[in-house]
Every structure is written in structure tokens, then in C-alpha cells.
Design a protein around this ligand. Structure first.
Ligand SMILES: O=C(CO)COP(=O)(O)O
Length: 254
């Protein structure tokens, strides 16, 4: 089964309503590959979700950037999976490195969040990735495997999961992983899924790359056999996001 290309735009903590409207109009006017060959999901800050959802072209979907680990209640400042479902927000990003590192989200906490969000019917973009120090000490695969294991131990159905490999050293640094570096980890991750989950899940789960993806480097990355799309930060706020979406054609014409 071919894995459909997936491009997510993570806007992080950026934007005013005026800027959001501008980005939406660029996306709505952009000439993009058909929804048959690419899934596009944009992830604005919570407060802009309704605006984006109501004005974005219908074949693009929206994602929240996080949600609470269990049912909502007395958790000041949090947003629950139930609320996202209530607003018809189909996707959520979980375990982004900025949350793992700046807010000390552990592998187990992230695994619990993935499981809870899926149980409520959300689709999840689950992020994994090593720091520069971990890479330099040769621990990349151990780190990525431990992060993935904490998810695998808590879920049984991977249909609604996209795994985003985002090496921390490549995020927001302009220091993109080389296509070979990305392919190497994606392949290892797929092998890990094959050994520890199932051959079917390994073959069908999309593993997307994130970290300084741009209009200039996306095609070369997309040409790698185990790179099934991207999670884009900075460039998802710019017109070049349209070019990144269209990297899907590298796969569809292969
Ligand atoms: O963290 C990212 C997407 O989630 C990547 O960010 P940049 O594309 O800005 O490096």
C-alpha cells in the first residue's frame, strides 16, 4: 500500500489575526497537487483554530499543537482532546521537541497523550528526534526508539498516527539534515516498527521529516524512499509552503 504524502505546517507560537488571514489567502490561492496525492494539515496556535478552520480551503485540514493528557477539568491553561473533537479539529501534534525540552514532557507523558488523543478520535502527529549532543554521542537511534516505544506500548492501532522525525539540531537552525541522514533514521524507525509492532504498521505508517525544510531542499528530501512528507516550521508561514506541499509530486511521478 502506497503511503500518501503528508505535509504539516506547524506555525508554533506565531501570528496575529491579520497575519493568519494573509497566510490563509496564500494557501487558498496556491496551485497545489491534488488531495489524492498529498494530505495537508496546518497547525495554528489554539486561539486561531476556529478562524483557520472556517476560512481554509476545504481539502486542507487543521491540527492543534498540543492537548491535555486526559479528560479536561481543573487544569488551568490546558486544552482537552474533547474540546478539539467538539470543534471538529481532526488532528493534534503531540510530543514536539519544544514541549519535550522546554516543558519537560517525558516519553511516558507523550505516550499517554498520544493514546488519549487517539481514544477520543483525534489523528496524531507524534514527534520524535534527538538533540545534537545525543547525535554526537551516537545515541540517535536509541533516543528515537525509546520515544517511539513509549507510544507503541500504549496504543494498538496506528492507522491515525503520523510519526514526525525532527532532529532537534535541525529545528529553526537552517541546518537541515542531509537527505541521507533523514533517510537513515526513517529507515531505522521503520525497521523498529517492523520488529516491535508489525510489518503492516511499518509499511503503512507515514514517517515525515521536520527541521529547516524549505522550498529549496524539499524535493531532494522527498525523493528519499522512507521520507513520506514533512512537518514544516518557519517556512510554513511563507509562500514557499506551497512549493513544499508540491514536493509530493516527486513521489507521485516516481
Ligand atoms: O519544529 C519544526 C516543525 O514542527 C521545524 O521547524 P523549522 O522548519 O522552523 O526548522
Amino acid at each position: 500500500m502506497a503511503r500518501k504524502f503528508f505535509v504539516g505546517g506547524n506555525w508554533k507560537c506565531n501570528g496575529t489575526s491579520e497575519e493568519v488571514k494573509k497566510i490563509i489567502s496564500i494557501l487558498n490561492d496556491g496551485k497545489v497537487a491534488s488531495a489524492d496525492v498529498v494530505d495537508v494539515v496546518v497547525s495554528p496556535p489554539y486561539v486561531f483554530l476556529p478562524l483557520v478552520k472556517s476560512s481554509l480551503r476545504p481539502e486542507f485540514h487543521v491540527a492543534a499543537q498540543n492537548c491535555w493528557v486526559k479528560k479536561g477539568g481543573a487544569y488551568t491553561g490546558e486544552i482537552s482532546a474533547e474540546m478539539l473533537v467538539n470543534l471538529d479539529i481532526p488532528w493534534v501534534i503531540v510530543g514536539h521537541s519544544e514541549r519535550r525540552l522546554l516543558l519537560s514532557e517525558s516519553n511516558e507523558f507523550v505516550g499517554d497523550k498520544v493514546a488519549y488523543a487517539l481514544s477520543k478520535g483525534l489523528k496524531v502527529i507524534a514527534c520524535v528526534g534527538e538533540t545534537l549532543e545525543q547525535r554526537e554521542s551516537g545515541a540517535t537511534m536509541d533516543v528515537v526508539a525509546a520515544q517511539t516505544k513509549a507510544i507503541a506500548e500504549r496504543i494498538s492501532d496506528w492507522t491515525n498516527v503520523v510519526v514526525a522525525y525532527e532532529p532537534v539540531w535541525a529545528i529553526g537552525t537552517g541546518k537541515v539534515a542531509t537527505p541521507a541522514q533523514a533517510q537513515e533514521v526513517h529507515l531505522e524507525l521503520r525497521k523498529w516498527l517492523q520488529t516491535n509492532v508489525s510489518a503492516e504498521v511499518a509499511a503503512s505508517t507515514r514517517i515525515i521529516y521536520g527541521g529547516s525544510v524549505s522550498g529549496a531542499n524539499c524535493k531532494e528530501l522527498a525523493a528519499q524512499p522512507d521520507v513520506d512528507g514533512f512537518l514544516v516550521g518557519g517556512a510554513s508561514l511563507k509562500p514557499e509552503f506551497v512549493d513544499i506541499i508540491n514536493a509530493a509530486t516527486v513521489k507521485s511521478s516516481a
